[in-house]
Structure formats: C-alpha cells, structure tokens
Design a binder for this molecule. Structure first.
Ligand SMILES: [Zn+2]
Ligand SMILES: [Zn+2]
Length: 214
C-alpha cells in the first residue's frame, strides 16, 4: 500500500478533540511552523494523554505534557464520561477563566461545543473530530479478528473502525472484485462490541464552531 493518507494512524486516535482558536483582539499568532497564518484558521489538536495549553499573548500552543512543561499552563486530558467524550481542564492555581461566558471552577469538564475563555483576548471552541474510519489497517490492528466474519485483519483489505470503541471490521468496496469482497461493516447495522450504529459516511467535524463577530 503506498497511499499513506488512506491508512488510519492508530485505532486510539479515532476521536480527537481540537480547539479552534478565536482571537477576540484581532491579533494573529505570528510564526507557526515556519509560516504565518491567521489564528482564525488555527486548530490546536488535543493530544492523547495529558496535554499542556499555554495562552501567552504572542502565542497559543498546546503540546503533550512533559517534565519540562511549566506550571503556568492549563492541563487538558480527553476522557470518556460513559460513552461521551469530554475534555478535562485544570487551570493553574489562582487562574480565573470562563466557560460558555460563565466563571468556571478550577477544574472543568468540557464537552463538544463548549467555549473556553482563558482571558478576555481569547476564545477556544472545543470541537470533536472523527479521524479516518475507513482505510487500510494500522499495524496495531493487523491480525485482530473481524467480529463479523471471524477472520483476521490483513494489510491488503480495507476496514471500518468504530469511532466509539475502536473495534475494526472489514469494509471493502469497489477497489476489490465483488466475488472476493468482504463487506462486513456493510452487512451489519451496529458495532458488535458497543452497539454504536455503523455509519460508513461518518467523517469530519460533528460540530463547527460559530465565531464571535465572524
Ligand atoms: Zn470481516
Ligand atoms: Zn464500537
């Protein structure tokens, strides 16, 4: 397979929170990755595990938490409340901030669509992104058993990965001859493991931020 964009990066990265940066003061973020771009277009990808968010006037950044992360950042961590993705947010001691316009306690559990305001200059819109759920299996899924046809997943057959629980099943289409096609995802209406409805068209943003003042 030499089409890496079709590969699913990892089964654990199927649901991903992103923070859409909305600068209320009209500033841009300056130099990011060697190119200048408007903050209105920026999305900060929330890493899996604990992340550290910095909201300096000249730069807004989000990276995985490490020993070198300083104590002035907001800590964020994606987690599940039942089956619903949430983003745990812990503010630095003494730091005031708002969620959906209201002053928030130091520890907040954000959901898709919430607006987090670390200060008066900045609003961060929490969006949920479904990453590729149709594609060739990443290496950590090779050899797992498809729950529908009970045969192992191989690198040459396209699969569907449930965005809720990560269960993978065959989902081949026109790329393979009809007589040899495994249409396991197409043959069932819900995930065998978690009962989430299977939607082979489900990709992209579920929630689109509406900006203040456009
Ligand atoms: Zn199968
Ligand atoms: Zn599932």
């Amino acid at each position: 397979m030499d089409n890496p964009t079709e590969n699913i990066p990892t089964a654990l990265a199927i649901r991903q929170f992103q923070l859409v940066v909305d600068r209320l003061d009209g500033r841009t973020n300056g130099d990011v990755d060697g190119e200048t771009r408007s903050d209105a277009m920026r999305r900060l990808v929330v890493p899996h595990g604990v992340g550290c968010l910095h909201t300096l006037p000249e730069n807004v950044s989000l990276a995985a938490f490490t020993d070198e992360s300083d104590a002035n950042g907001f800590l964020v961590e994606p987690l599940l409340e039942g089956r619903n993705p949430r983003l745990l947010l812990i503010a630095p001691a003494g730091r005031e901030f708002r969620v959906n316009g209201q002053p928030s306690p130091r520890l907040a559990l954000l959901r898709e669509g919430d607006v987090f305001q670390p200060d008066n200059r900045l609003a961060l819109h929490l969006t949920l992104f479904h990453q590729s759920i149709l594609g060739y299996p990443p290496t950590d899924l090779l050899g797992r058993t498809c729950p529908v046809c009970v045969s192992p997943l191989t690198g040459d057959r396209r699969i569907y990965v449930c965005a809720v629980c990560g269960t993978a099943m065959h989902a081949e289409g026109a790329e393979r001859d009809a007589a040899d096609r495994l249409e396991c995802a197409q043959s069932t209406s819900q995930c065998h493991a978690c009962k989430e409805p299977i939607d082979l068209s489900e990709q992209g943003h579920l929630y689109q931020a509406e900006f203040f003042g456009g």
